[in-house]
Design a binder for this molecule. Sequence first.
Ligand code: F6R
Length: 364
Amino acid sequence: GKDGYRHYMEKELHEHPVVIGQTLQRVIDPVSKAVALPKFDFSLAEVPRVTMTACGSAYYAALVGRYWLEAEARVPVDIDVASELRYRAPPLTPGGMGLLISQSGETADTLAALRLLRRSDQRIVSILNVETSTMGRDSDVTLGMVAGPEISVASTKAFTAQLSVLAALTIAMGQARGTIEASRAQQMVSSLFDLPSRAAEVFQRVADIQAMAVIVAAARDVLYLGRGVCFPIALEGALKLKEISYIHAEAYAAGEMKHGPISLIDKDVPIVVIAPSTILFDKTLSNIQEAKARGGRILAFTDEKGAARLSGIAEQMVVLPDVDAFVAPILFTIPVQILAYEVALLKGTDVDQPRNLAKSVTVE
Ligand code: F6R
């Protein structure tokens, strides 16, 4: 049941902190703090390249994973949505890793991509919520998330669970390849274990998210901006808004705005920015100022330090707890998904069963 929540989506949003915690316990030994993944019958140090693929929200999780694997584990990564990868005929080095992400493990496009990767002699590693699924059976290694059943058609908690597993895989690969030292690994692990309590604090900000939702619900088009690991979170926010509120939304890497979409901006197009005060904050801020100068209304997800810089620029802010930059995309996903939920409530749409969508897309 819905345990007293109005929708499964609301219930599942509230499960983020627990799901992140449970998933981390599955992939990182809580006592020794060492990453503890299932056995691979190949060496993570010797993987020449990782080819990542998924669909929808799972693809956005993969995009975050690419930043991590490239920057932290220094492994070359190729990535595409499964429906495109399938038909690209990518030349792949035998012995590479094919890394798939799927909540259901039954998505037809992702399964077809898995078969292409298999035929290209890739080692198949899948990050799955349903480990008994077809993808689970067809993989060499399954990395389970512990998200529990996801009933709401729009994916929520599976996304942060996917990121939690990807974070652990990044640490394991970086250690195997010698790019992440023991002290850095410790710091990454402790920032992950800090997340469930920081995630719980997000729910103290719901009133601020609701104030933002009022502005978004009145719009016909919304832009989402982010940079680096927060660009995929902007994509996730825009997708969730489209899916359940039927408001048109686009996400851009904030630095790309000036190459085109800035022409869309006026007072009727709210701009939602995902801007934790990490290394890219100043760059994002100057992109925000460009939008503001053209009449854009800025709605910002940020932290204390970011809020100090955004006051007078952002019309509405949601100020999140401070976390290590490594885990910021996981934390920032939660309020961005809540925003879509709150907008859908205001619009009165069928939140758990949005039109034209199915939970598991088993046709190509
Ligand atoms: C978004 C959503 C979809 C799924 C996509 C992949 O809210 O639910 O975009 O993420 O269809 O599904 P799985 O992860 O089951 O392969």
